[in-house]
Design a protein around this ligand. Structure first.
Ligand code: 13P
Length: 249
């Protein structure tokens, strides 16, 4: 069985003071969750978040990681730096990184490799734009992105990999994919994993989340779908009560 995983992606939100307030409120609200709970926070909030969630069931995540061990990469953060702060998960290839910061399938793959080599668990994001969906390209886009991200990744790593299907048109728009659309595309992603590795790997190792305006109102219906193993939550992760209502679906 695949244990559900609900992760917050704070994006560029929350100062240290706001981090303290949000996580202090969140901790008791999610303490009995059946799902695995993760908060992926800005670099400057990681140390504070780590202190506050210590000893709780909330796990710590970052929002990106560089592929090199160290060196002349101004503005970047290495896997070793994240490990030092007890980060467990890291988002890689979010559509905002792909759209605004030139992230490609190749750089996503390099980051995934670096994360895994350091013992971080990647949350790899894939998903189509509205034009691509309307042009019937959804399947080919998520196939290419999934295969690209997993290129030369060993089967033994699959337990540590989460994939998030995030249709770009559903991110921050309040326009959620229908549960059928989300389920159908996640099934495509799972089939790619099966083709690249094995059916059992796809069914029992890799977990695949849905992301894109997931909130307390639609979480139940989305999580009832057989292929959807969790959520990557943007806006609704910024309020403790909302996020806890998603976590405790
Ligand atoms: P929203 O939940 O705000 O749509 O964001 C989704 C997302 O991009 C999570 O990574």
């Amino acid at each position: 069985m695949r244990r559900p995983i609900i992760a917050g992606n704070w994006k560029m939100n929350n100062t240290i003071a706001e981090t303290k307030a949000l996580l202090t409120e969140l901790k008791p609200l999610v303490k009995d969750a059946e799902a695995e709970v993760v908060v992926c926070v800005p670099y400057t909030d990681i140390a504070t978040a780590g202190e506050i969630i210590k000893g709780s069931n909330i796990k710590l995540g970052a929002e990106n990681v560089h592929w090199a061990e160290k060196g002349a990469f101004t503005g970047e953060i290495s896997a070793k730096m994240l490990k030092e702060l007890d980060v467990e998960y890291v988002i890689i290839g979010h559509s905002e990184r792909r759209q605004y910061f030139g992230e490609s399938d190749e750089t996503v793959n390099m980051r995934v490799k670096a994360a895994l080599a350091a013992g971080l668990k990647p949350i790899i994001c894939v998903g189509e734009s509205l034009d691509e969906r309307e042009g019937n390209k959804t399947e080919s886009v998520v196939r290419t992105q999934t295969a690209g991200a997993l290129k030369d990744i060993d089967k033994s790593e699959l337990d540590n990999i989460v994939i998030a299907y995030e249709p770009i048109w559903a991110i921050g728009t309040g326009r959620t994919a229908t549960s059928e659309q989300a389920n159908e595309t996640i099934k495509v992603i799972r089939d790619v994993v099966a083709e690249l590795y094995c059916r059992d790997c796809a069914e029992n190792k890799v977990r695949i989340q849905y992301g894109g305006s997931m909130n307390p109102k639609n979480v139940k219906e989305l999580m009832a779908m057989p292929e959807i193993d969790g959520g990557l939550i943007g806006g609704a992760s910024l309020k403790a009560v909302d996020f806890s209502n998603v976590v405790n679906f």
